[in-house]
Design a protein around this ligand. Structure first.
Ligand code: SAH
Length: 355
């Protein structure tokens, strides 16, 4: 990774956020830029790829949200990080019969991955859609419904570790002799260390805090659109919801995955997916501080059950043969089982506040 090496050689180190930024989004070698990471034969699999029930239930949610927004004649349906567009296709199919919803929506997709965008364009050929590289160009002309499944976990984090009663930032540097990348720690400014101690009073020696500044910025950007247009946002991701002030667990969650297995973070940079669990508490706090209302955080299991996933699975199985029926059940199990995605994945809703 030439760019990472150059950055470290000029600055002495790269923060974890800079490292993730280069590893994930570098225009020539970044993981998320040029290849399709999703699928059995690739690095990881996501809920919509496991079962059509997932996208269908998001469709049910969207129709409800649209109703709560007063059934606007025209609205923007936005997806952040749509992957292979499977969720969107299932959503479109599941909501087809709600004519006013289907006729009124304009689809907007936010993605950076050229390979995935190509797949999205092909698969959504029959549906008019617009693409955006980030949320800054999203239209502000109509009410919005925004969906983000496994999007926020991709965004770069900064990582702080408490050592000898002081906070240090974890960084990537280069081992002097071997010339290899390694992790090291640099002290943070005294006032920042004090503010971390104040914010996380129960953090003890060895505590790790991961802060995703881009996630907070995206929420602020969306909250500012919600100031001018009514809207609802649905975030689904693996993550946690601890109140900072009472939080006791401080294990880090930064990880790399390649070919469905954990992978060392500093080898094969740009060829493995690097993610961190989403801090739902901070996202919720950011939304509320920016004049939005929130609902949740609840487990994926509870959310999907509320949308009627079991009833839909039964209906699907009525017309299925044995093999198809087993497939429906095994997908349902992966999405819902507390030992699989059911509890680890969480759901948060954010709304514009009605005037
Ligand atoms: N939601 C999909 C895909 C999840 S993978 C699904 O559930 O299957 C993450 C998605 O977010 C990919 O489409 C990836 O290209 C996109 N992505 C990651 N980081 C991004 C960023 N900073 N800006 C825009 N899109 C991003």
């Amino acid at each position: 990774m030439k760019l990472l090496r150059e950055l470290i050689e000029t600055k002495g180190h790269a923060t974890i956020a800079q490292f993730m930024d280069i590893a994930m989004y570098d225009s020539s070698q970044g993981y998320y830029i040029g290849h399709n990471p999703i699928g059995k034969e690739s690095d990881f699999i996501t809920a919509p790829e496991i079962s059509q029930l997932f996208g269908e239930m998001i469709g049910v949610y969207c129709v409800k949200a649209w109703n709560e927004l007063g059934c606007p004649k025209e609205f923007n349906l936005v997806e952040l990080g749509p992957g292979k567009a499977t969720l969107m296709l299932d959503l479109i199919r599941a909501t087809k019969h709600v004519e006013k919803f289907s006729q009124g929506r304009s689809i907007h997709l936010v993605d950076k991955n050229k390979r995935l965008i190509e797949i999205q364009r092909k698969r959504l050929l029959e549906n008019k859609a617009s693409w955006h590289g980030d949320v800054s160009t999203l239209p502000k002309d109509k009410p919005l419904i925004i969906i983000a499944n496994e999007f926020f976990d991709c965004l770069p984090i900064n990582r702080y570790i408490k050592r000898n009663n002081n906070w240090n930032e974890q960084v990537v540097s280069i081992l002097p002799k071997q010339e290899e990348f390694c992790f090291s720690f640099i002290p943070v400014l005294a006032h920042f260390s004090d503010s971390l101690n104040h914010e996380y009073p129960n953090a003890k020696e060895g505590a790790v805090i991961e802060i995703c500044y881009p996630a907070q910025q995206i929420i602020r950007d969306i909250a500012s659109i919600f100031q001018t247009q009514p809207g609802a946002m649905l975030i689904i991701d693996y993550g946690y919801d601890y109140n900072n002030k009472t939080r006791k667990a401080f294990n880090g969650s930064l990880q790399a995955i390649q070919n469905h297995k954990f992978h060392p973070l500093l080898s094969d940079i740009g060829r493995a997916d690097i993610t961190a669990h989403v801090d739902f508490f901070v996202i919720k706090q950011t939304a509320e501080a920016n004049f939005c209302a929130t609902k949740g955080v609840i487990s994926q299991r509870k959310f999907l059950e509320e949308q009627g996933i079991f009833i839909r699975a039964q209906a699907l199985k009525k017309n299925a043969n044995h093999e198809e029926s087993d497939y429906i059940d095994s997908g349902l199990m992966r999405l819902m089982d507390p030992m699989q995605m059911g509890e680890l994945f969480k759901v948060l809703e954010i709304f514009s506040i009605k005037n």
